[in-house]
Design a protein around this ligand. Structure first.
Ligand SMILES: Nc1ncnc2c1ncn2[C@@H]1O[C@H](COP(=O)(O)OP(=O)(O)O)[C@@H](O)[C@H]1O
Ligand SMILES: [Mg+2]
Length: 410
C-alpha cells in the first residue's frame, strides 16, 4: 500500500482534467494563431528582406492589451529563425516592462549578441556611451541584419523618454557591415504623440494596428487551446462561449479569456469536479474582479483608507445608508484615535466621490428638501476587501481598542 501524506489529496485532485497546464498560460505561444494571419503576413512582408541581408523598415505595432501582439511577434521571430538558413539575421526580443531602464535595455540587447561570457556587459556600472559603443561594435562585427523588438515601449518611454529609440534608429549611420531594424510594440494607441518628431517618423516607417477580438474570434482562440489542454468531454458546452462573451465586453482581450478558462479549470480541479462548468467560470470572474479591487485598495492613500474605514464602522453600527455628515463624524473620531490629521468635510466629500468612482462604495445624490442636496452613501465592498482594510496596520490599535472596551464609540 502506498503511504498517504498531507499532499496526497492534492496530488490526486490535480491534473485530473487539465492535460497540460502550460498550454493555458499566457506565456505559451501556440503553433496556430487564429484570426491573425493578416497581421502575420503584413509583418512577414516587411521583414522578409532581412533574409537577403537588406534592411527592413522599422515598424510600430499598436493594439490594446490581449490582442495578440506579443504572441504574433514571437511566432514570427521563431519562424524567421527557422527560415534563415544562411544566418543573415538576428532576431532580438526585449520586454521593456521587465527591463525598464535605458541601461537595462541596452544591456539586455548586448548580452543576447555577445556569446563569450567573459566579454559580457556588467549589470551596472558602465556609462550609457560606453555600453552603446560596445554594443555597436559587436553588432557590426556580426555582419548581419538585426531585428530588435522592443515590446511594451510605452513603459520605457514613461520612465526614460525616447533616448533608446533615438539610439537604435540612428545606429545605422555608424554601422559599416550590419544593419538594425526596430520593431516597437505598444498598448497605447496615442503613444507616438509623445515622441520627438524625428524619432516618431523613424520609428513609425510602417504602422500596424491589432484590433480587439470579437466574441466569435475569442471563441475560436479558446477552442484551439482547449483542444490541446483538455480531454474530450471535460468542458461543458457553455464554458467557452461564456468566457468569450465576458472578455469581449472587456475590450476583446484574449488574455482575459484565457485567464478565465485557466482559473475555471483550476477551481474545478481543486474542488474535485470532473467537469468544468459555467459555475466555475463565474467563480473565476468574481476572483479576477476581487483581485482587481484589492489592487486598487492597496494603492489608496491613508486619508482615503480612513474614510472607507469610517463607512465600514457606520455600517457595522447599523447604518445601511449614511450621509456625508455621518461619515465625517466617524472620520473625525478615527483620525483622533489613530493620531492622524483631520481634513475638512469638503475634502472628505471629495474622497467619498473618489471611492465611489473606483467602485468601492456607492454614493447617490439625494435631495433633502430645504436642507439642500446631500449624498446617500452605502458600502458595496466585497467582504474580503473590508477584511483587508480592517486588517490594515493603520487601524491595528483601533481594532484591539474596540474589542477590549466592547464599545461602539469608535
Ligand atoms: N490569435 C490568437 N490565437 C491564439 N492565442 C492568442 C491569439 N491572440 C492572443 N492569444 C493569446 O492570448 C494571450 C494574450 O496575447 P498577447 O500576445 O500577450 O497580447 P498582447 O501582447 O497584445 O497584450 C496570450 O496567451 C496569447 O497566446
Ligand atoms: Mg504584449
Amino acid at each position: 500500500m502506498t503511504e498517504t501524506n498531507i499532499f496526497t489529496q492534492y496530488m490526486q485532485k490535480r491534473n485530473m482534467i487539465v492535460k497540460n497546464k502550460k498550454i493555458l498560460q499566457s506565456s505559451y505561444i501556440p503553433q496556430n494563431l487564429p484570426h491573425r494571419d493578416d497581421k502575420i503576413n503584413e509583418i512577414v512582408e516587411i521583414i522578409a528582406p532581412a533574409l537577403g541581408k537588406d534592411k527592413p523598415s522599422n515598424i510600430l505595432i499598436f493594439g490594446k492589451t490581449g490582442t495578440g501582439k506579443t504572441a504574433v511577434m514571437n511566432y514570427v521571430g521563431k519562424e524567421l529563425r527557422k527560415a534563415d538558413e544562411q544566418q543573415n539575421c538576428c532576431f532580438i526580443y526585449v520586454n521593456c516592462e521587465v527591463v525598464d531602464t535605458t541601461y537595462g535595455i541596452l544591456y539586455n540587447i548586448s548580452n543576447q549578441i555577445i556569446t563569450d561570457p567573459s566579454k559580457r556587459i556588467p549589470f551596472t556600472g558602465w556609462s550609457l556611451d560606453k555600453i552603446l559603443a560596445e554594443m555597436t561594435e559587436y553588432i557590426d562585427k556580426e555582419d548581419k541584419v538585426f531585428i530588435i523588438v522592443l515590446d511594451e515601449i510605452d513603459r520605457s518611454f514613461q520612465k526614460n523618454g525616447d533616448d533608446i529609440f533615438y539610439y537604435l534608429t540612428t545606429i545605422n549611420e555608424v554601422l559599416q557591415n550590419s544593419k538594425v531594424s526596430v520593431i516597437g510594440i505598444t498598448n497605447n494607441v496615442n503613444f507616438t504623440e509623445f515622441l520627438d518628431q524625428r524619432v516618431k517618423s523613424r520609428l513609425g516607417e510602417e504602422k500596424i494596428i491589432f484590433p480587439p477580438y470579437n466574441v466569435e474570434q475569442l471563441q475560436d482562440i479558446l477552442y484551439e487551446r482547449a483542444k490541446e489542454a483538455f480531454d474530450d468531454g471535460v468542458l461543458d458546452d457553455d464554458v467557452i462561449p461564456y468566457c468569450a462573451a465576458l472578455s469581449a465586453q472587456e475590450m476583446g482581450d484574449a488574455r482575459r479569456a484565457l485567464d478565465l478558462l485557466r482559473m475555471a479549470a483550476d477551481f474545478a480541479e481543486r474542488n474535485g469536479d470532473t467537469k468544468i462548468t459555467g459555475a466555475h467560470v463565474r467563480y473565476a470572474k468574481s476572483k479576477i474582479e476581487l483581485d482587481a479591487v484589492s489592487e486598487v485598495v492597496k494603492t489608496l492613500t491613508l486619508q482615503s483608507k480612513i474614510v472607507l474605514m469610517s463607512i465600514i464602522r457606520n455600517t457595522e453600527d447599523g447604518m445601511s445608508t449614511m450621509t456625508t455628515g455621518d461619515v465625517y463624524a466617524k472620520y473625525k473620531i478615527i483620525c483622533e484615535a489613530t493620531a492622524q490629521s483631520i481634513l475638512t468635510q469638503r475634502r472628505i466629500a471629495g474622497l467619498i466621490s473618489e471611492l465611489d468612482m473606483l467602485g468601492i462604495i456607492h454614493a447617490r445624490v439625494k435631495s433633502f428638501g430645504r436642507a439642500g442636496r446631500t449624498k446617500e452613501i452605502e458600502l458595496s465592498t466585497p467582504k474580503e476587501i473590508i477584511a483587508m482594510i480592517k486588517g490594515d496596520e493603520l487601524f491595528k490599535d483601533l481594532e484591539s481598542h474596540k474589542s477590549k472596551k466592547q464599545t461602539t464609540l469608535i
